[in-house]
Design a protein around this ligand. Structure first.
Ligand SMILES: [Zn+2]
Length: 216
């Protein structure tokens, strides 16, 4: 078992006043263990739950390294000041509402940047892995979603959600294995501002960069 790093206190959160505890080196870049506390550019701190709340306004920025097939992530939050964080906190509710309105009031919206298909096995539909970023809301395993591509709407069930570090498609055996290891419909690693891959099964699913996956 990995040795858990000791938590480091970053002082009080500039928004809520609770202790900003930083326990993992890059915990804020995925949703696996939840957002981590961080230090703002002027030395103020944000606790993990305030990071989570503001993340919708400051989504992770990322580029894809084609040669290594890996994602390079950058967090814009440590680059803002205490004043900007307080301002964002006062605007985040209306920001989220404006976003919902912009995207037709879906409960959650994901923007795709790539997809990969692999065989589902004998008599089984293909497995489609959709890579991208959650714009707002949260996705969970077994969610019923709609893939919107070129004016077409395809209904699908989310078989799996995982973090997005590499563009490696899930094949039938790794999907089964993943579900066995992590089965928990209440667990979400697909939350606003974070990157993830959504896994669905079905024939004729095609997703282009910029296509949306939505949940109502
Ligand atoms: Zn806080």
């Amino acid at each position: 078992m990995a040795v858990k790093e000791k938590e480091v206190g970053l002082g009080s959160c500039v928004i809520c006043g609770r202790a900003a505890l930083r326990s993992r080196e890059e915990g804020e870049l995925t949703m696996i263990e939840g957002p981590n506390a961080l230090r703002l550019k002027d030395g103020g701190s944000l606790c993990g739950s305030c990071v989570r709340r503001l993340r919708v306004m400051y989504p992770l920025q990322y580029t894809f390294d084609e040669a290594k097939r890996t994602v390079v992530k950058k967090d814009p939050l440590p680059e803002i000041s205490t004043e900007e964080a307080l301002q964002a906190n006062s605007e985040v509710v209306s920001f989220r509402e404006d976003m919902r309105e912009h995207y037709g009031f879906h409960n959650a919206v994901f923007a795709a940047d790539a997809m990969a298909e692999s065989k589902g096995g004998f008599m089984q539909p293909p497995i489609v892995t959709i890579f991208g970023q959650v714009l707002y809301g949260s996705f969970y395993m077994q969610d019923e979603v709609t893939i919107i591509s070129g004016g077409k709407e395809i209904k699908a069930t989310l078989e799996a959600i995982d973090t997005y570090e590499h563009r490696i498609p899930m094949d039938a055996s790794s999907l089964k294995d993943w579900i066995r290891r992590t089965w928990d419909p209440g667990r979400s690693v697909g939350e606003n501002g974070y990157l993830c891959k959504l896994v669905v099964t079905g024939k004729g699913i095609s997703v282009k960069p910029g296509d949306l996956v939505v949940k109502d």
